[in-house]
Design a protein around this ligand. Structure first.
Ligand SMILES: Nc1nc2c(ncn2[C@@H]2O[C@H](COP(=O)(O)OP(=O)(O)OP(=O)(O)O)[C@@H](O)[C@H]2O)c(=O)[nH]1
Ligand SMILES: [Mg+2]
Ligand SMILES: [Zn+2]
Length: 291
């Protein structure tokens, strides 16, 4: 019998496929292995359940796919950072945001552990991203702020993404009281997470929608894009499109640059602009290495 389902987990050569009625443990058909193609969590697949072990016989075309985290068919990234322990790394966040923009994925920015910082620390973050992306601040233990997050998740396939130890799995446990996925402490010395979540897993939400819990990442590559196009991946910079004196202005040193004027006037946050400049630099570095 052929059934349709979604891959919700993949471990040690087995895939777990949710058909809506049940979760089947499956193998992928041999043909995938030869084609250098690997099914991913989030894939929509056809299953042949006639044998002893169910077999994935077809993977439907993906809407999108990501390497870090390794997921397919994401509608929205919930980019999770901690306000403290570990300290937010906004350079990495901004790279992640640019990659998500490149793939046309919706974005919510989520900052956890607000119980560990002051109101003025929260304000500093708010000033950077307010009006650019939806922003949520959480204290996951007291669940303060969860009501702001939930409407964003409803009826969508969202992936929790961010460094280790920021609280992605803790958020999932707060969303799904029946679950108790493993969470890990943050090292006392380095204030870093311990890479507790090792595999991507996709969970249903009872109010509608699905959430991927993913392993934390440490670094992140700048999007694979032409330097001329990077500006389109920063909505705050892109909103000045066409307003500079020069067509194709990179907003670096060109005269009469509307973007740099906006930075000076405080309409684009300086840190976002710095992120943009450092990503341009990284793209140029990568180009130099190619030749
Ligand atoms: N004080 C405080 N601690 C939190 C909050 N959210 C999560 N934590 C703690 O942060 C630690 C790490 O949480 P996890 O949920 O395991 O983090 P993760 O992002 O899933 O980490 P990886 O699976 O390693 O990528 C745990 O000790 C949590 O209890 C919060 O809002 N406030
Ligand atoms: Mg985790
Ligand atoms: Zn410009």
């Amino acid at each position: 019998m052929i059934k349709k389902g979604t891959i919700v987990k993949g471990i040690a050569g087995f895939y777990y496929v949710d058909t809506g009625e049940q979760v089947h443990e499956c193998k992928a058909r041999g043909v995938f292995k030869n084609k250098n193609f690997k099914p991913a969590v989030g894939d929509e697949v056809d299953l042949d359940t006639s044998g002893d072990t169910a077999v994935i016989i077809k993977v439907h075309e993906r809407q999108n796919e990501f390497i870090r985290p390794p997921v397919a068919n994401v509608e929205q990234f919930v980019v999770v950072s901690a306000l403290a322990d570990p300290k937010p790394n906004l350079v990495v966040v901004d790279k992640f945001l640019a990659v998500a923009e490149m793939n046309d994925v919706e974005i919510v920015l989520c900052f956890t552990k607000k119980d560990l910082v002051t109101e003025s620390d929260i304000e500093k973050i708010r000033e950077i991203y307010e009006g650019v992306y939806p922003l949520v601040f959480l204290d996951v233990h007291s669940e303060h702020g969860m009501d702001d997050l939930i409407p964003h998740l409803k009826d969508k396939k969202s992936a929790l993404a961010g460094p280790s130890g920021v609280g992605k799995s803790t958020i999932l446990n707060a969303l799904r009281k029946d679950l108790d996925v493993e969470t890990g402490s943050v090292s006392d010395k380095t204030k870093r997470g311990k890479h507790t979540t090792r595999h991507v897993e996709l969970f249903n939400l009872d109010f509608g929608g699905m959430v991927f819990d993913t392993p934390g990442f440490t670094s992140f590559d700048v999007p694979d894009i032409d330097e001329a196009d990077l500006q389109f991946l920063f909505p705050d910079i892109d909103s000045y499109r066409g307003q500079c004196r020069f067509n194709g202005c990179r907003h670096l040193t060109e005269p009469d640059c509307a973007v740099r004027e906006a930075v000076e006037a405080g309409d684009i946050h300086e840190l976002r602009y710095k992120s943009y400049c450092s990503q341009i630099e990284e793209i140029r570095e990568r180009e130099r290495k190619k030749y």
